[in-house]
Design a protein around this ligand. Structure first.
Ligand SMILES: Cc1ncc(COP(=O)(O)O)c(C=O)c1O
Length: 509
């Protein structure tokens, strides 16, 4: 068990203190103590009694019912555009576990979608952030450097998959970093078009949404999207109508052929600024790109002066077992995008490229109010240190073996084997795909005898048994993204819950 952070420094105490002071301020201007309306300034000053305003929103933190009352308030006042796995409220996170307002303590195999790779509230990371909070919160990168920013770049530089990646720009979210990478590629090459992968996910902002091709929900009702985006087939057996047993070499050949067709029939290579790819496609189904495919892309890029953008937002920081998943291929990215595990939950992303490329940028063309925030960077420095000190890479290797062994057992189980189509992934970025009775009638893998919605139902059953786990893609896929420092016991517990859930749901039909 990891040592706890001293109470006075624990960041969980900071928001509470801030919340208390907000509440007392609101109370002081007329709210009822313990049941106050938020002190939102109206045109006439702070008002707490307007009939147009929602009432009874924040109860005092000491009152038991306040969190569930808040959840109801959230259901009414937080956008319906957000989907959620649960309507319960997370009240605490520690390592591989989360606590909920309804009293449950659950194993968390979602890690906030591949973010809290060192577990919730890792003591070293939380302490570093809390200390930075008392030193400098916001310096603003267009005004001056902040020290943690520079220390983080110093830590990251030797971890890069290629020594040519020596120029950093830190931002907040993965989507922003993808947008910045596209902007840099267009600027540097003087070309417009971007080739992206069918099934690729790169975010929800306007440019990132345009290069996202994993599900229509992300761009539904928002067309036309940013022009100049050309999707190509990813080396995933589904996309070629081939069985899961198809070799990576065969899938790579077919996908490179499709790319060649795009470059001869749809966009001349001299109009292409970049090819954008996740080395393990995430929202597209947790499919690793075979090394020969990435090597093929590198050759095409070199031949035509196209930049290769590798999106390591989800697959980076040891998630795949290597620091960056692109290392499995030995391929050199021209631009690499990082986020998520970089700061273990503090909002931080980055674009890394060659100085030769970034030196061409005009000062002021990159920036952002919160870009490379000092607190997030301090957390990032602690993450890099903790990964080394705690031998996280060895833990990923050991736990990955155990996870694959447990899933192989499931695949062999006569009760469910015919319903498990595929087990795939790298490190602790692993997927199980189930058979499905629905889909396009020409899909060679439709299985009319398979129970409907297996992935969703299994995820729900896992939740009932105490495990949060996510689905992914347009197929029946469950993804495993547990913390990278998860213990043998906690991983075994999660695997046991998952295997039981699969058997129960398949039996129910
Ligand atoms: C591969 C990849 N790229 C980009 C993004 C977008 O990152 P963010 O949600 O931080 O904007 C994600 C988010 O899941 C991702 O998985």
């Amino acid at each position: 068990m990891l040592a706890r952070v001293s109470k006075s420094l624990h960041p969980a105490t900071l928001p509470q203190t801030a919340a208390k002071s907000l509440i007392s301020q609101a109370g002081a201007v007329g709210g009822e103590p313990g049941n106050v309306v938020r002190g939102v300034p109206s045109r006439r000053g702070l008002s707490t009694s307007s009939s147009a305003r929602p009432k009874a929103i924040i109860t005092s933190p000491g009152q038991k019912r306040s969190v569930s009352a808040l959840a109801q308030f959230g259901q009414k006042h937080v956008t319906k555009g957000l989907g959620r796995l649960t309507e319960a409220v997370f009240t605490k996170g520690e390592g591989s576990w989360v606590e909920l307002d309804d009293g449950r303590r659950m194993l968390d195999f979602t890690t906030g979608i591949g973010v809290t790779n060192l577990g919730h509230c890792h003591p070293k990371v939380s302490k570093a952030a809390a200390e930075q909070c008392m030193n400098l919160v916001h310096g603003q990168c267009s005004i001056a450097f902040n020290e943690p920013y520079l220390r983080l770049v110093e830590k990251l530089l030797p971890l890069m998959p290629d020594p040519s990646l020596d120029s950093f720009f830190l931002w907040n979210s993965g989507s922003e970093a993808v947008e910045g990478a596209i902007k840099m590629a267009r600027w540097y090459t003087g070309r417009q078009n971007i080739i992206t992968m069918q099934g690729g996910y790169h975010g929800r902002t306007f440019g990132a949404m345009a290069v996202t091709r994993s599900k229509t929900i992300y761009s539904e009702g928002c067309h036309p999207l940013m022009p100049g985006v050309f999707p190509v087939a990813f080396p995933f057996w589904h996309q070629h109508g081939l069985p899961p047993s198809t070799s990576p070499e065969e899938l790579s050949k077919l996908s490179l052929y499709q790319l060649d067709l795009v470059l001869t029939q749809q966009t001349n290579p001299k109009d292409v600024a970049a090819i954008l790819i996740e080395p393990i496609i995430g929202e597209g189904g947790y499919v690793p790109a075979p090394p020969e495919y990435l090597k093929g892309l590198r050759e095409v890029c070199d031949k035509h002066g196209i930049l290769l953008i590798i999106d390591e937002v989800q697959s980076g920081f040891l998630r795949s077992g290597k620091f960056f998943a692109v290392e499995y291929s030995g391929v050199r990215p021209d631009i690499m995008v990082i986020a998520k595990g970089l700061a273990n939950g503090f909002p931080l992303s980055g674009i890394v490229s060659r100085k030769e490329i970034t030196d061409k940028l005009s000062p002021g063309s990159m920036g952002g109010t919160y870009a490379g925030n000092a607190v997030a960077c301090a957390a990032g420095v602690a993450v890099a240190d903790a990964m080394k000190e705690e031998n996280i890479q060895d833990n990923v290797a050991a736990r990955s073996k155990e996870l694959f062994a447990s899933l192989a057992e499931l695949q062999k189980d006569s009760e469910v084997s015919s319903k498990v189509l595929d087990v795939r992934g790298k490190g602790l970025m692993v997927a199980v795909e189930f058979a499905s009775p629905t889909g396009h009638p020409n899909d060679p893998f439709l299985d009319p005898s398979a129970p409907a919605n297996l992935a969703k139902r299994v995820a729900k059953r896992c939740q009932e048994k105490g495990l949060f786990i996510l689905t992914t893609s347009v197929y029946e896929v469950i993804r495993f993204i547990p913390p990278l420092n998860i213990s043998k016991e906690d991983l075994a517990k999660g695997c046991q819950i998952f295997n039981e859930a699969v058997k129960e749901v398949v039996r129910e039909g």
